[in-house]
Design a protein around this ligand. Structure first.
Ligand SMILES: [Zn+2]
Ligand SMILES: [Zn+2]
Length: 219
């Protein structure tokens, strides 16, 4: 079984249905058995192309998520868990035929509901801010925890309230425009054959290009 066939089957299932494919579905689709699928998924997870839980089930294939992490993303016919703020804002860039999608969440500090129509043309308007807790160099230590703590807040004041309540150290605050630019092309190519992750130098160049800087980003 070709690893790229497996990776594409996982991504296309998420894109089309909003959920992770079952191992049996993957085995049937790829003409192999579930043991080979499990080994292939473990290899892909080791190379950071997706994330598995302790039982080997697919949890995330960024920017798609099989579990709720604070966001929903509604398309015309499909509902996705949005992963984190970054991932939710990335989905309309990857799913171009959707046009705008409705990204919804609640502020972790005060519980206020927020929603934006997010498309690929321009960032949504709004005064809300994103807060990323885990620095870039540590993001894959526990990527589900990392994504679960990349949230959108009403305002910088709500970020401060939440940090005081949780005891977490301050991470990095982004306005909606910066978040949208970060999300816009980060995941380019993931639904296409032959995708490979950016090398560190290219990743740093991308991050600088969207206006990020400082030790949080390793820049
Ligand atoms: Zn709030
Ligand atoms: Zn994420």
């Amino acid at each position: 079984m070709d690893h790229e066939d497996l990776r594409l089957a996982v991504y296309r299932s998420f894109a089309q249905t909003g959920r992770a494919p079952e191992p049996a579905e993957l085995a049937g689709h790829l003409g192999t058995d579930e043991q080979a699928v499990a080994r292939g998924l473990a290899d892909l997870a080791g190379a950071r192309y997706l994330a598995l839980d302790q039982r080997g089930r697919i949890v995330m294939a960024h920017p798609f998520s099989a579990v709720p992490l604070g966001f929903s993303v509604m398309g015309r016919q499909t509902l996705w868990w949005g992963g984190c703020a970054w991932d939710s804002f990335a989905l309309p860039h990857l799913l171009r035929e959707e046009g705008e999608v409705l990204v919804a969440t609640t502020c972790p500090a005060c519980g206020r509901a927020h929603a934006w129509n997010v498309g690929a043309e321009q960032p949504p308007a709004g005064e809300q801010v994103a807060h990323f807790l885990v620095p870039a160099a540590r993001m894959w230590d526990d990527v589900v925890h990392t994504c679960g703590h990349q949230r959108l807040f009403c305002s910088p004041a709500c970020v401060t309230t939440w940090l005081e309540a949780t005891g977490y150290p301050r991470g990095y605050v982004l306005d909606l425009g910066t978040l949208w630019r970060l999300a816009a092309h980060w995941y380019d190519g993931r639904l296409e054959r032959g995708y490979s992750r950016r090398e560190p130098a290219a990743a740093a160049e991308y991050l600088r290009g969207v206006g990020l800087s400082g030790p949080f980003w390793g820049l």
